[in-house]
Design a protein around this ligand. Structure first.
Ligand SMILES: Cc1cc2nc3c(=O)[nH]c(=O)nc-3n(C[C@H](O)[C@H](O)[C@H](O)COP(=O)(O)OP(=O)(O)OC[C@H]3O[C@@H](n4cnc5c(N)ncnc54)[C@H](O)[C@@H]3O)c2cc1C
Length: 438
């Protein structure tokens, strides 16, 4: 019997979740249940794996168990950029790097297509909009990074539009940014509404249990999974548990657990909106990867979100850094919108993501009939979704070119000794270099 030692604990501070109407009461796992497939984790990966298994094997029973409410997890705490290509593409002029970048984009777009099809088919009310994303620079260094980014986009024949400082000011309501690149193919969403909607629109052969933290697992098969009040017996177990997968006895010292932080303003009044100006909806990613991401949202709530800072921690209840993160957010907000300095944040929160040292994912069988989909390197909306979908296809034996590409990827390498120290120094250095972009 494996005791699950490392579990997610989140408070009720996630702005995206809190501004929605309260969710219906959770169905908890009570008593003994059997099913054909059990997915643990209701983030992007677990939701996609669950849906796809149910679609491909409609006679089968699929159970999804989550320790929290779906929407209060990292998936619902994220900034809602469902993006097709990463912030810094590594394609310059080498043919292989070019192909790697193109393949990665195709993979992410397959994830976005699956999300988009689900949102449209089920009419999910989650602010899902194909508005693209802005990569914006606020410093000379940022401008150089933006130029490199645009060069990379040229090499891989991706379309984009350049914006000068005046155009940035017109869209963003601030003269903070000096240049931007608009890449048109990404989506924006209200992430908590999206994951709640994905859970609520599952096919009929899916049962979801929330507020049901898995405490122990008896690996088989059949595997026996225990919460405080119930258990599930299953021949096939899928772990879509982000960095918490270590707690299930896998990948120890192979994941780099990080917390990143977001803050959301209270609702802007009509007068404040007028003072702000600019477009009613957009998403900005800083030219430097350690800089600040920004969302402006108008419907149904009129708010601004900022996200920055990475902290190395396995603990999702890493509250000691929250006040410090919120203070940094305040500075980032005031630097951008001095005309809104009197608008307070209503919510500040952290959420967990897991990276690997070599950037490679966890995908496939971890032991007999136990599968994992973990490590989506900060683009979990797209990458987590496609990874979960392809994992389901692997399990039921549906082959595809995309699946073979996913299987051909490397696996996370082992962390270095003192990895936490290395990550902390790296994060601090990157913040210093990011400078004004924060
Ligand atoms: C502030 C912030 C901003 C971000 N912005 C973006 C963004 O704009 N775009 C983007 O693509 N990505 C973004 N990310 C990253 C993104 O949130 C993650 O990559 C994504 O959520 C990973 O999906 P997942 O399904 O692997 O994990 P999660 O979303 O973390 O889901 C894992 C689930 O497993 C459950 N679980 C774990 N252990 C147990 C257990 N023992 N028992 C039961 N359940 C368990 C958890 O409760 C959780 O629901 C951001 C992250 C944060 C924190």
């Amino acid at each position: 019997m494996t005791a699950v030692t490392h579990q997610p604990i989140y408070d009720q501070s996630n702005g995206w979740q809190e501004i929605l109407p309260p969710p219906a009461e959770a169905q908890m796992l009570i008593g003994s249940v059997t099913c054909d497939y059990l997915v643990i984790g209701g983030g992007y990966s677990g939701l996609a794996a669950t849906r796809r298994l149910a679609e491909l094997d409609p006679e089968a029973s699929v159970v999804l168990v989550d320790g929290d409410r779906i929407g209060n997890n990292a998936a619902g705490r994220c900034s809602g950029f469902a993006i097709d290509h990463a912030h810094n593409l590594r394609a310059k002029s080498f043919a292989d790097a070019k192909q790697v970048a193109k393949d990665a984009i195709a993979m992410n777009r397959a994830g976005l297509d699956y999300l988009n099809d689900t949102v449209e088919a089920n009419n999910l009310d989650c602010g899902w909009v194909r508005e693209g994303k802005y990569h914006a620079a606020a410093s000379r260094r940022g401008r150089r990074m933006l130029a490199n980014f645009a060069d990379s986009l040229d090499v891989i024949e991706e379309d984009y539009t350049k914006l000068n400082a005046d155009q940035c000011a017109e869209i963003f309501g601030t003269d903070f940014y000096i240049e931007a690149v608009h890449a048109p193919h990404s989506y924006l969403a209200q992430p908590a509404a999206l994951v709640r909607g994905l859970a609520a629109s599952m096919p009929g052969n899916v049962t979801i249990y929330e507020n049901s933290m898995v405490q122990r697992v008896d690996y088989g098969p059949p595997h026996s999974v225990h919460t405080d009040r119930g258990s599930v017996s299953t021949p096939i177990l899928i772990l879509a548990t982000n960095g918490f997968t270590e707690g299930f006895g896998f990948l120890q010292k192979h994941l780099i657990p990080l917390i990143t932080w977001g803050s959301m303003s209270r609702e802007l009044t009509p007068g404040e909106s007028e003072r702000l100006g600019g477009h009613p909806s957009y998403g900005i990613i800083a030219a430097h990867p350690a800089g600040t991401s920004v969302r402006r949202v108008t419907a149904p709530d009129n708010r601004i979100l900022v996200r920055n800072i990475f902290s190395f921690s396995k603990r999702s209840d890493f509250v000691s850094r929250k006040a410090w993160a919120a203070k940094t957010h305040r500075r980032s907000f005031d630097n951008r919108w001095p005309q809104l300095q009197d608008v307070p944040f209503e919510y500040s929160w952290g959420g967990a993501l897991s990276l690997s040292r070599n950037g490679e994912p966890v995908f496939g069988e971890l032991r007999s009939n136990v599968y994992g989909t973990v490590v989506h390197n900060g683009v979990g909306m797209a990458r987590g979704t496609i990874s979960g979908k392809l994992l389901a296809e692997l399990i039921v034996g549906q082959d595809s070119e995309l699946l073979r590409q996913m299987q051909a990827k490397g696996r996370p390498n082992r962390n270095l000794p003192f990895q936490n120290l290395g990550v902390r120094i790296n994060a601090r250095t990157r913040r210093l270099i990011a400078g004004n972009e924060e």
